[in-house]
Design a protein around this ligand. Structure first.
Ligand code: SF4
Length: 354
């Protein structure tokens, strides 16, 4: 039963030097939204018990509200509890947020990344910290009660003092959720190339550990629950859509490069816009890759996502954890889960575990 729907809107105003998402520097077109409509129709054979819808990107907030209005007419929102749109802080104004709310959107996720002008320039962002603060307040005044922001940490030269300054701004914002991502120099990004050439100096592992623990402690003291490695929420505001991913429930991803998990199959769409479009124009699902998960593979996949969360996996799996890894786990009567140090070393722990 498909519980979550993800739409990928792969258009951006610029390409950020750290970004490895599939995105094109261009304005979103009505034609692309029409392709998404065609794609949904090809999945009418699936069973849905839809709880969440998520528009990610790319930059979904480049889509004019008028186009959203037309698109939303096609969606059956009955039973849907959470509809999120990712926004860049410079795109929408209060009137736009009001219109989105009236369409049924009830969660916004802002790509703030930093409140330091120096860091924003370094990250290639084209909004200011004032834009971010204004956007969050305008969304809140428009009536949004569930607002998330993304921050990036682990920047060159960044220390705890600078992070503390970022959190001072966070403290005064009417937000319910925060995602804090470690800057990672992915291959095929500008930062990845600079890092490989030794031209980008990132903090040491020890400095990263200090920042991670600092963020976790400070945000906890501000009332946020650290419920997934990179995610913090006020009680009751955990992202329902992402919890579908992390608890191995079924979701359908639509759009260029989107991934799905349905009937134990993980499948991903073409990353190339032309291939995606041509497939749909022929009435064929634009799936490029797929993998059927069975037995041990399914279990590994489950561990991989579930151990990212504070809910962990059922205690019955305790016997699968070798003695040497037990120090990285908490256990209670129902579950086992990683400690914060376990989260920091999750890749190493998972390799040994599975
Ligand atoms: S980080 Fe966001 S805004 Fe920047 S290029 Fe990637 S998807 Fe676009």
């Amino acid at each position: 039963m498909v519980e979550g729907l993800y739409f990928h809107i792969p258009f951006c105003s610029n390409k950020c030097p750290y970004c490895d998402f599939v995105s094109f520097v261009s304005a979103p077109s009505e034609e692309y939204l029409d392709l998404l409509k065609r794609e949904i129709e090809l999945y009418s054979d699936l069973e849905f018990d839809l709880r969440t819808i998520y528009f990610g990107g790319g930059t979904p907030s480049l889509v004019p509200v008028q186009l959203w209005k037309r698109f939303f007419k096609l969606l059956n929102l009955e039973g849907v509890q959470e509809i999120t749109i990712e926004c860049n802080p410079e795109n929408y104004r209060r009137e736009d947020f009001e219109e989105l709310l009236s369409l049924g959107v009830n969660r916004l996720s802002f790509g703030v990344q930093s409140f330091s002008e120096r860091n924003l320039r370094f990250l290639g962002r084209w909004h200011s910290s004032v834009d971010s603060i204004r956007a969050v307040h305008q969304a809140h005044l428009a009536g949004f009660e569930n607002i998330s922001i993304d921050l990036i940490y682990g920047l060159p030269g960044q220390g705890l003092r600078e992070l503390k300054e970022e959190l001072k701004v966070v403290k005064d914002l009417p937000i319910t959720h925060l995602s804090a991502y470690l800057l990672t120099p992915y291959e095929d990004t500008l930062f990845g190339k600079l890092w490989q050439q030794g031209e980008l100096k990132l903090p040491s592992d020890q400095e990263i550990e200090e920042m991670f623990l600092f963020l976790s402690d400070e945000l906890s003291s501000m009332g946020f629950i650290h419920y997934e490695i990179s995610n913090f929420a006020k009680e009751g505001f955990e992202c329902k859509h992402n919890l579908i991913y992390w608890t191995h429930r079924e979701f359908l991803g639509l759009g260029v490069s989107a991934w799905s998990f349905v009937n134990r199959r993980r499948f991903g769409n073409y990353k190339n816009l032309e291939l995606y479009k041509n497939s749909l124009l022929k009435g064929v699902k634009p799936v490029d890759k797929e993998e059927v998960l069975e037995g041990e593979e399914l279990l590994k996949d489950y561990f991989f996502v579930a151990l990212r969360t504070r809910y962990g996996v059922p205690r019955s799996f305790l016997n699968s954890v070798p003695e040497e890894l037990r120090e990285f786990f908490f256990e209670d009567e129902h579950s086992i889960r990683l400690t914060k140090r376990g989260w920091l070393l999750i890749n190493e722990v998972l390799i040994k575990l599975i």
